[in-house]
Design a protein around this ligand. Structure first.
Ligand SMILES: Nc1ncnc2c1ncn2[C@@H]1O[C@H](COP(=O)(O)OP(=O)(O)O)[C@@H](O)[C@H]1O
Ligand SMILES: [Mg+2]
Length: 258
């Protein structure tokens, strides 16, 4: 495995474009985005529905090739790569978290987290894969739910399994598209707390959200409109999930006493 070059940004986009062609109709979903994301950042991508957020994320995630411009992931030009090379890069460098969790339902938490290593580390022993999956689940505080199936767990717990799965290959970058979209307020803050903890430990995160309340936990907010970045702001006093949860606890205790 090549060691990451820590002096350069994890993501470098230069005039990136993505045009979809459906029959006669062309949709310019991303129209020229120039952006660097450094190691250790925690970026929220915001914008109205249809502004190109998911298209940008799919391109960052090497799920789709751009139609123009340059994308360097950890210094590697993505444009020249074929499908197989893209998949390899994706497995090695990236972890994904989705709104709908995307877990296999007839499979335990542990097996869900082991699965990515089956493809990326086929030569690693079964035992080592198991140990790494257990460690990832412990990291998201689910060490006591290894044998549970997704249906036996809450939405927040299911999302934490998905986060453990995203972490198990030790990615350079975690991409999350509306990770709290299916969760209630408190659970959303708990998930943001987990992301803040992972980010404090050095993991780079890029997350799509349409909720300002959720973006407030990130260090930087990039806003898109009509396929372009219209603002890019760094926050010094972002919200702390730990502090917000403590406030919620206090309010609940007061309500119980009243
Ligand atoms: N696979 C696709 N084929 C054709 N058009 C698409 C496709 N995916 C997205 N689009 C179009 O591209 C634009 C941006 O979509 P999207 O990136 O999903 O925005 P967002 O995630 O911000 O809601 C929209 O006009 C959408 O209809
Ligand atoms: Mg979207």
């Amino acid at each position: 495995m090549s060691t990451p070059n820590t002096s350069q940004p994890v993501i470098q986009l230069r005039e990136l474009t993505k045009t979809y062609q459906t029959g006669e109709v062309k949709v310019k979903a991303v129209r020229g985005v120039t952006l660097n994301i450094e190691r250790g950042e925690f970026v929220a991508i915001m914008g109205a529905s249809g502004s190109g957020k998911s298209t940008l994320m799919n391109t960052l995630g090497c799920l789709d090739q751009p139609t123009g411009g340059d994308y360097l992931l950890d210094g590697v030009a993505v444009a020249g790569l074929n499908r197989k090379e893209l998949a390899k890069l994706r497995n090695k460098k990236l972890g994904f978290v989705f709104q709908g969790f995307n877990l296999l339902s007839r499979t335990t938490a542990l097996e869900n987290v082991e699965l990515p290593m089956f493809y990326t580390h086929p030569l690693v022993s079964l035992r080592e894969r198991r140990e790494r999956a257990v460690a990832a689940l412990q990291r998201v505080n689910l060490g006591d739910r290894l044998a549970h199936h997704p249906s036996q767990l809450s939405g927040g717990q299911q999302q934490r399994i998905a986060i453990a799965r995203a972490l198990v290959n030790r990615p350079e970058l975690v991409l999350a598209d509306e990770p709290t979209g299916n969760l209630d307020t408190r659970t959303s803050i708990e998930i943001m707390g987990l992301f803040q903890e992972l980010n404090n430990a050095g993991i780079t995160l890029v997350m799509v959200t349409h909720e300002l309340d959720i973006a407030a936990y990130c260090k930087r907010i990039v806003v898109m409109r009509d396929g372009l970045v219209i603002s890019d702001t760094r926050y010094k006093n972002r919200r702390s999930a730990v502090a917000e949860i403590a406030l919620l606890d206090q309010a609940e205790q007061k309500a119980q006493l009243a």
